[in-house]
Design a protein around this ligand. Structure first.
Ligand SMILES: NC(=O)c1ccc[n+]([C@@H]2O[C@H](COP(=O)([O-])OP(=O)(O)OC[C@H]3O[C@@H](n4cnc5c(N)ncnc54)[C@H](OP(=O)(O)O)[C@@H]3O)[C@@H](O)[C@H]2O)c1
Length: 236
C-alpha cells in the first residue's frame, strides 16, 4: 500500500482517459478516476474495479469547488499525488478554420482545454510537490504542434490553439520545476476513436492512452518539458 503510486486522471470515465486509468491500475498504481458526473464516474470505476484500487473522484474542470474538494480529499487520504494526468478535454461544434470559426466556440475550447486545465494543475500542484518524484502529463495533440499543423489541412483553430497553449504550460511548468524531481510532459495521442470525433478515429482508445501512461511512469532519467506521441518526440 505504501509503495503504490497515487494517480489522478481527469476525464477518466470514458475514451482515452478510461484507458489511461486502466493502464495505471495495471502498473500497480492507486488511481483516482476523475469525472464531472458522479454516475458516469462511479460506473467507470466499477467497471475497472477488478483491475486494481480505483476510486471515483468528482473533478469538474469548470467548477473550482470540486477541484478544491478533490484536493482536500487527496490530502486526507494520501497526503500526496505522484501522477496527475490532465486528460479531460473537448472539441466543440462551431470551431473551424480561422476565417469562419465561431469565436464563442473558440473561447469555449480554450477555456476547458487550457484555462480550466491550468486551474486543475495549480490546485493539485501542492500535492504533486509532496510526492517523491511527481509526474504531470498533459494530454495534448499533434494538432497542438505549430510545425505539424502548418504542413496539413487541419484547420480547427480553437482546438489547435488550446493544445498549443497546453504545450506552453508543459514547457513553462517543467522549467519552473527544473530543480525538483517533478517531470512535466505532453502526450499526443493519434487519431483515436472516441466521442470527441464521433468515433471516426483510427486508433483504439488503448493505443491513444499508451504514451500518456508511459510519460506518467517515467523513470528518474526521463525527459521533462517535451511533447511526444507513440512514435517519438514531436516538434513544437
Ligand atoms: N480522440 C482523439 O483522436 C484525440 C487525439 C489527440 C488528443 N486527444 C485528447 O485526448 C483527451 C481525451 O479525449 P477523448 O478522445 O478520450 O474524448 P472523450 O471520449 O470525449 O473524453 C473526454 C473526457 O473529458 C471529460 N471532460 C470534458 N470536459 C470536462 C470538464 N469540464 N470537466 C471534467 N471532465 C471533462 C469528459 O467527461 P464527460 O463524459 O462528462 O463529457 C470525458 O471524460 C482530450 O484532451 C483530447 O483533446 C484526443
Amino acid at each position: 500500500m505504501e509503495n503504490k503510486k497515487i494517480a489522478l486522471v481527469t476525464g477518466g470515465n470514458k475514451g482515452i482517459g478510461f484507458e489511461i486509468v486502466r493502464g495505471l491500475l495495471q502498473a500497480g498504481c492507486q488511481v483516482y478516476l476523475g469525472a464531472r458526473e458522479a454516475t458516469k464516474g462511479e460506473q467507470a470505476a466499477a467497471a475497472l474495479a477488478a483491475e486494481g484500487d480505483v476510486r471515483f473522484l468528482e473533478v469538474d474542470l469548470a467548477n473550482q469547488a470540486t477541484l478544491d474538494a478533490a484536493a482536500a480529499r487527496l490530502q486526507r487520504e494520501t497526503g500526496h499525488l505522484d501522477i496527475l494526468v490532465n486528460n479531460a478535454g473537448i472539441n466543440v461544434p462551431g470551431d473551424g478554420s480561422p476565417g469562419t470559426a465561431d469565436v464563442r466556440s473558440v473561447a469555449q475550447v480554450l477555456q476547458t482545454n487550457f484555462l480550466d486545465t491550468l486551474a486543475v494543475t495549480q490546485t493539485f500542484l501542492p500535492l504533486v510537490k509532496q510526492a517523491a518524484a511527481g509526474r504531470i502529463v498533459n494530454v495534448s495533440s499533434p494538432l497542438g504542434s505549430l510545425t505539424i499543423v502548418g504542413q496539413h489541412d487541419w484547420a480547427l483553430l480553437g482546438y489547435s490553439a488550446s493544445k498549443a497553449a497546453l504545450n506552453m504550460l508543459t514547457v513553462q511548468l517543467a522549467y519552473e520545476l527544473r530543480a525538483t524531481a517533478i517531470k512535466v510532459n505532453s502526450a499526443a495521442p493519434g487519431y483515436t476513436a472516441t466521442d470527441l470525433n464521433g468515433f471516426e478515429g483510427t486508433d483504439t482508445p488503448a493505443q491513444g492512452a499508451a504514451e500518456a501512461i508511459r510519460l506518467a511512469l517515467l523513470p528518474a532519467d526521463g525527459p521533462t518539458g517535451t511533447a511526444s506521441s507513440s512514435t517519438g518526440v514531436l516538434p513544437w
